[in-house]
Write a protein that binds this ligand. Structure first.
Ligand code: HMG
Ligand code: MG
Length: 307
């Protein structure tokens, strides 16, 4: 029965400074990035992915990752887990030098997207994680894993959910504490989400899973409700709906954090986030990127949930 299994609280993992800004055509200056990260912390977000230690040739928008991370880790807000995306051993080295304590690694459930995004096959990528995930975990860092294109690939179309399950299992075996199943191109629909999650849940406990839903076709929240029902308790989101994936043509940003939080609070589910201050963070994001953002609550504003 719908809404029988709702939790009292969930965790929101904010990706706008990384997933959002990596896809902006203009490169945001360092002080704008720091302003956004600070506004997110002030709104009560406790998990923020602040940048990406990928090749600056591939993602020039985040070429200042070393400076961003050193600034944030130099005077962190208390109680926040700051993380950074990291593709390989070189990225790990840079993350360590900046004082980062949590990294996120990524690969795709479809070969073509993986090749275009990381320039390796899926099995080469997983093999290279021996030099990234393993040493990171051994030195006490937390490592999160993303599996991209679970709901569909921009090059190959449908993707067998068994591929996502097998990759997620491998990431957890390597030492990741959580795997975020990603709808990279935002093509997922609720029944499909139920099929994917029911399969993945047969082998992986839901507390080790998260959902990362791009909202290209407006179905992210509907899919998240299915995830809530099936026991998922961590959801990735991007303030204002900022973002996309540069190697997934046409992909829009992640579900807007304000939309997610508005819905969750309205359902009586706590997040620890102050929605009014989150809306302020969305305005900061908009001014930092100097373009209108698509989030619904961002545009419509918050009205009393009791009215
Ligand atoms: P490559 O060209 O195959 O790498 O790229 P390489 O090992 O041959 O090295 C080539 C050059 O890059 C060398 O420099 C390396 O030092 C340098 P050169 O000798 O030419 O001067 N290099 C680096 N420099 C800085 N930091 C590094 C690094 N690694 C190599 N870490 C690589 C392979 C993985 C690096 C490249 O393909 C890359 O950076 N890809 C990242 C693409 C990306 O960031 N995509 C978006 C993020 S993923 C995403 O958005 C999906 C997600 O949100 C979930 C979802 O929505 O699905 C997570
Ligand atoms: Mg993404």
């Amino acid at each position: 029965m719908l809404f029988d299994q709702l939790p009292p609280e969930v965790s929101v993992y904010e990706v706008s400074p990384r997933d959002g800004l990596q896809n902006e055509s203009a490169t945001v200056p360092l002080r704008g990035k720091l302003r956004l990260i600070d506004a997110l912390g002030a709104a009560g977000l406790r998990r923020i992915e602040i940048t990406s230690f990928v090749s600056p040739k591939w993602i020039p928008q985040l070429a200042d990752a070393d400076e961003v991370a050193a600034e944030v880790m130099g005077s962190p807000r208390e109680g926040i887990d700051y993380s950074a995306l990291c593709p390989n051993a070189r990225g790990l080295e840079r993350a360590r030098a900046a004082g980062i304590k949590e990294i996120a690694v990524f690969l795709s459930a479809s070969e073509t997207h993986n090749q275009k995004n990381i320039n390796k096959t899926i099995s080469e990528t997983m093999a290279a994680f021996q030099d990234t995930v393993k040493p990171a975990v051994a030195s006490g860092m937390r490592v999160r894993g993303y599996v991209s294109t679970v709901w569909g690939c921009p090059y190959e179309g449908d993707v067998d959910p068994k591929r996502a399950l097998s990759i997620a299992r491998d990431l957890l075996d390597l030492g990741c504490y959580q795997v975020s199943l990603s709808d990279t191109i935002g093509s997922g629909t609720p029944l499909q989400t139920r099929r994917i999650l029911e399969l993945v849940k047969t082998e992986i406990p839901t507390e080790k899973l998260a959902m990362h839903m791009h909202d290209t076709r407006g179905t992210a929240l509907a899919n998240i409700v299915v995830g809530l029902e099936l026991g998922i308790r961590t959801f990735d989101a991007s303030v204002g709906g900022l973002g996309g994936c540069p190697y997934a043509p046409g992909a829009a940003g992640n579900v807007a954090t304000e939309d997610l939080v508005y819905m969750l609070h309205g359902m009586g589910i706590r997040t620890g986030i102050d929605l009014e201050r989150l809306v302020e963070a969305g305005k900061a994001a908009e001014s930092v990127v100097a373009r209108q953002l698509p989030g619904k609550v961002h545009q419509a504003g918050v009205r009393s949930l009791r009215a």
